[in-house]
Design a protein around this ligand. Structure first.
Ligand SMILES: NC(=O)c1ccc[n+]([C@@H]2O[C@H](COP(=O)([O-])OP(=O)(O)OC[C@H]3O[C@@H](n4cnc5c(N)ncnc54)[C@H](OP(=O)(O)O)[C@@H]3O)[C@@H](O)[C@H]2O)c1
Length: 431
């Protein structure tokens, strides 16, 4: 039986591009059977042709200029897989301008410069798909958009960066300091030579911006989000948290509150019974709490050649089916106006873990608890570290639910007291 043919051009045959090329070739028959469309790899743009050849592309489809793909009238879908926010943007723009559907794994590009690209996709009535940009092989976009589409979400929590999760897991399980774990992760290839984007929380922020645009119909500019990384997570806090029954994870957090939305990336304590507390190593996970479905958790590889290629191909096949069978079907683009307004973290309410390093003298505890009480912060438990930090005492406080603005006022007062030896540590406790 004859079958429609959809032609794909891949730009970039690096880690994800080569996995995509290899899998498209290897799985051509099964993809045809499963989608009812024949997906043909018709062009690969790559500066180093050897990379595309090694992935299985035939020499006659390899070009060195992306425009030979994005302007090629034969091509239906362009997969942008070079990364970065400069040239990649020009490639996506060129493809969309030429009426081609685009598939990309590029979270930095979409979260930082996505608005005009989505506007162009809307104008040209072509899809701009990005499943691979968040959670690698985990189908989180598809789940939000289709599998869970009747839900109003009460929370979204994600472990979205494998490098950070690997480092925090090593700190927890081996009791080794952050710097040592980072160095080891770099040696093993889990962390970049310049790890700032990962450990600073920015990569997680890029992904949170995209997830929340889908789940909460609210496009928030990446640079307005609250972002903290793991680079300040102290081994002492990992150990104290463990003793108290918690695990520290870097979380992407989205929580609606009335007509507002908190969006934040921060290291947080999770009770050990929490599903995400058991996500170790380089695994990623997304926990969605929908009002109809209740909790739904997706776990898997957040990055890597083939897991990410799996998501790129999922997008390619979905778009191919749409182009072949229902080209009028509208594709997702962000709402022009966000449904929720972004709320300041000073209004965030949660339980908190606080650690104070203080001179070991009488009356200190009373002054700390007094300052917290003066700022409407109620205490659930107080613990003193068995092993002092240097010559000083460590006091850990777990609060009841409190407003972050009140906590900050209390910390600022305590930080200025004469017995304080280090800036107080604040970590949120997520449920
Ligand atoms: N790696 C992952 O696990 C992963 C996971 C999820 C998402 N992503 C995203 O996927 C995208 C690609 O990442 P990657 O890790 O595959 O990057 P990569 O390994 O650096 O691959 C990029 C490729 O694009 C090529 N390239 C650069 N400029 C080009 C041009 N003008 N024309 C054609 N090819 C060009 C590069 O060639 P040269 O090296 O010769 O310059 C390289 O082969 C990024 O947006 C990234 O954020 C990656």
């Amino acid at each position: 039986m004859s079958c429609k043919v959809i032609k794909v051009g891949v730009v970039g045959a690096g880690t994800v591009g080569s996995g995509t090329i290899e899998t498209l070739i290897k799985r051509a028959d099964i993809l045809k059977k499963r989608c009812g469309v024949r997906i043909e790899l018709a062009a690969v743009a790559e500066l180093d042709a050897a990379k595309a050849i090694a992935a299985g592309a035939s020499k006659d489809i390899i070009v060195d200029d992306y425009k030979k793909v994005t302007e090629n009238p034969e091509i239906d879908i362009v997969a942008e897989l070079i990364g970065g926010t400069g040239l990649a943007g020009a490639i996506v723009e060129s493809a969309l301008s030429n009426g081609k559907a685009v598939v990309t794994a590029n979270k930095a590009l979409l979260s930082e410069k996505g608005r005009p690209l989505f506007a162009l996709a809307r104008e040209k009535k072509v899809p701009l798909a990005f499943e691979a940009a968040v959670g690698g092989g985990i189908p989180c976009m598809l789940s939000i958009r289709e599998g869970l589409n009747c839900n109003s979400y009460q929370s979204l929590l994600g472990i979205l960066n494998g490098t950070c999760n690997y480092i925090l897991t090593q700190m927890t399980q081996k009791g080794v300091a952050y710097e040592t774990c980072l160095k080891e992760a770099q040696e093993l290839g889990f962390a970049e030579a310049d790890p700032t984007t990962d450990v600073g929380g920015f990569d997680t922020g890029h992904k949170l911006a995209l997830l929340s645009a889908l789940a909460f119909d609210s496009w928030v500019d990446f640079d307005k989000m609250h972002i903290e990384g793991i680079d300040k997570v102290d081994l002492d806090d990992v150990k104290f948290a463990e003793k108290l029954g918690y695990t520290i994870k870097l979380l992407a957090v989205a929580r609606p509150d009335g007509d507002g939305l908190f969006l934040s990336v921060h290291p947080a304590l999770l009770p050990n019974s929490h599903t995400l507390a058991g996500i170790h190593g380089s695994l990623n996970a997304v926990s969605l709490f929908g009002d109809i479905v209740q909790e739904s958790v997706l776990v898997g590889r957040g990055a890597g050649k083939f897991p990410t290629a799996s998501a790129v191909i999922a997008d390619i096949t979905q778009v191919a089916r749409m182009l072949a069978f229902s080209p009028e079907m509208p594709s997702w683009t962000p709402e022009p106006e966000p449904v929720y307004k972004l709320l300041p973290m000073s209004d965030y309410t949660s339980r908190y873990y606080l650690r104070f390093v203080v001179e070991d003298e009488t009356g200190v505890l009373a002054k700390i608890t007094g300052a917290l009480g003066d700022n409407n912060v109620s205490i659930a438990s107080v613990n003193q570290g068995e092993n002092p930090i240097g010559k000083n005492a460590a006091i850990m406080v777990i609060t009841h639910k409190a407003k972050e603005g009140d906590i900050q006022k209390a910390l600022s007062a305590i930080g200025g007291m004469s017995f304080t030896r280090q800036a107080p540590v604040l970590l949120r406790i997520e449920e």
